[in-house]
Design a protein around this ligand. Structure first.
Ligand code: SF4
Length: 361
């Protein structure tokens, strides 16, 4: 009965905004006290924050804005430069989309980030959430901004009994029903901030929450029950062998991945295809970049992507001289110069493991 009465109550946006004014974290792209951020900063931060924590993003945001202080500067950079600056941040398609997005904004919008959600959605790499976030936060437009944090808050405040991902539409409608009459940008940030800092997945800090008096889950002590989730799928496991070829000049061989697909256009050490079975000796021989004596390292490098896990066995080979690789763009590089290339975290980890081994042996 209590639940039914409370579920009809919209939580107080005024209380949430008061809490936000007092408690919001400082971020290099965030403006407070009624000021709006530079739309370029807002756009850049949204690209970087997709699937990535604030603390990880901050140094990248600062280095990008120092090197490319405006959309126009970023549009003039080469894709390789943008990718190299993005190295280590993960989800590398974002770097390519960001660069394309900057070029389209310069070519079609006179270098000004559009204000309208539909125009924003037409830009490369910008989906419904990012368009709503930029419209609301950079331009104070009325927009429903729903990320995973907002979904969790809504699911708890209204005790939504439908599991995710099926509940997404309902959670979006509930989020829309809570919008205030003004301060749309601050409100959008406030709900996300609430989810990120107070209404956390585990141990939400309900006694300090500005919505505690309006929250059905808190009233019934069932906060961590929400959001309900459908049965979890097991993450697939893949395997590969990776070849670190070294020559007498102390250089290592890298190749560039195909432009399309996972880690598109990034640099890596040559590998066997990533498959569900460990590669056989025959497959290793077929995909090794040269006929060398390949030393097998016992400890593999493991990496988790969003949709599968990868285990890579390391193979180290020494060659008297540099050699060429058929059908692939390749480069011989000194260890110390690897950081000048666009390297995904996986390649960096393989490089670290191989280098540690070489130093010890
Ligand atoms: S009262 Fe607790 S569960 Fe409810 S919104 Fe606040 S932090 Fe989340």
């Amino acid at each position: 009965m209590i639940r039914k009465t409370k579920i009809l109550k919209t939580p107080s946006s005024a209380a949430l905004l008061r809490w936000y004014d007092r408690c919001a974290r400082d971020m290099p792209w965030r403006m407070k006290g009624g000021k709006r951020p530079d739309p370029y900063h807002e756009l850049l931060s949204e690209f970087m924050l997709q699937q990535t924590q604030v603390a990880t993003v901050i140094p990248y945001f600062l280095s990008f804005t120092k090197r490319w202080p405006s959309i126009a500067h970023l549009a003039k950079a080469t894709l390789d430069e943008v990718r190299a600056e993005w190295s280590g941040l993960g989800y590398y398609r974002r770097a390519k989309f960001l660069h394309e997005c900057a070029k389209v904004i310069v070519a079609q919008h006179k270098g000004i980030v559009p204000q309208d959600e539909a125009a924003l959605r037409a830009l490369p790499g910008i989906g419904a959430y990012t368009a709503a976030a930029i419209a609301a936060i950079a331009y104070d437009k009325k927009a429903v901004v729903v990320d995973g944090n907002v979904e969790r808050v809504m699911a708890r405040v209204f005790a939504v009994e439908e599991p995710l991902p099926g509940a997404k539409k309902k959670l979006y409608e509930l989020a829309a029903s809570c919008l205030p009459q003004k301060r749309f940008g601050d409100y959008a940030q406030a709900v996300m901030e609430l989810g990120a800092t107070i209404c956390t997945p585990k141990n939400p800090q309900c006694p300090t929450c500005p919505w505690k008096n309006d929250c059905v889950a808190f009233a019934s002590g069932t906060m961590e029950r929400y959001p309900l989730k459908g049965a979890k799928q097991k993450t697939p496991q893949k395997f590969a062998s990776v070849f670190i070829a070294m020559n007498k000049k102390g250089e290592v061989l890298l190749t560039r991945r195909a432009e399309k697909g996972l880690l598109g256009g990034m640099w890596e050490f040559p590998t066997t295809p990533w498959e569900q079975e460990k590669p056989t000796l025959h497959i290793e021989r077929r995909h090794a970049p040269a006929k060398l004596v390949w030393q097998k390292l016992e400890t593999p490098v493991r990496h988790v992507f969003s949709h599968f896990k990868l285990e890579m066995a390391l193979r180290i080979g020494h060659s008297a001289a540099a050699f060429s690789v058929q059908d692939r763009e390749y480069r011989w590089m000194k260890w110390k110069n690897l950081s000048t290339l666009a390297l995904p975290t996986l390649t960096r980890n393989v490089a670290d493991a191989a280098r540690n081994h070489v130093k010890k042996s």
